[in-house]
Design a protein around this ligand. Structure first.
Ligand code: FES
Length: 198
């Protein structure tokens, strides 16, 4: 397979280089402009940016002579690739049957509304990535969400938002999680639920 000739980087019209020309061109040069190294190049772009920005992929395709459809095919085939930026915190909300029957849909709605984030997406301020799932295996604590690995059970829409707001505003997220977790544990004990950690 012939390799494209690498000239000087194309001129970027964006003052913030949102086109990714400089980043992408540097990565292409690292691999000698070899289109067969497409996946490692995409991995490097994700390592540099935290995800695969659309304009970066356009630039990559243009420079390598690879159709954008093929690049998106690769990006969507491998679960490790992200086409959206990841938030500082990840909310995993259970939407399984037990949690759903106990109000998970209302919790989901209020999270989407409060933080302007859609399922599978990231909030505009990049604080939260919202990832609903089918079952977290902690049905006895329904409704349940996990934030950065910490379990919160027996939630209501308002308590979920309260926990997330504390996490969002905390300068030390781990402390906020601990405080929120302690508060939630107290509520759970009052309800006779015991610890939320599985
Ligand atoms: S249904 Fe929610 S944890 Fe199982």
């Amino acid at each position: 397979m012939s390799q494209p000739q690498l000239g000087p980087p194309p001129t970027c019209q964006s003052p913030e280089h949102t086109c990714g020309v400089s980043v992408v061109h540097e990565i292409i040069e690292r691999y000698g402009g070899n289109p067969e190294m497409l996946i490692p190049m995409m991995q490097d772009i994700q390592a540099a940016e935290g995800y695969l920005p659309r304009e970066h992929l356009r630039t990559l395709g243009r420079e390598l002579g690879v159709p954008l459809s093929r690049i998106y095919g690769v990006a969507t085939f491998y679960a490790a690739f992200r086409l959206q930026p990841k938030g500082k915190h990840t909310i995993t909300l259970c939407m399984g049957t037990v949690c759903y029957l106990k109000g998970a849909d209302q919790i989901s709605a209020v999270i989407q509304d409060e933080f302007q984030v859609k399922p599978g997406g990231t909030s505009p301020d990049r604080k939260f990535t919202f990832a609903p799932v089918n079952c977290l295996g902690a049905c006895a604590l329904a409704p349940v969400m996990v934030v950065d690995g910490e379990y919160f059970g027996g939630l209501s829409a308002s308590s979920a938002v309260d926990i997330l707001q504390k996490i969002a505003s905390s300068k030390k997220p781990s402390e906020a999680v601990a405080k929120a977790d302690a508060k939630q544990k107290t509520a759970a004990q009052k309800n006779g639920r015991g610890s939320q950690n599985p």
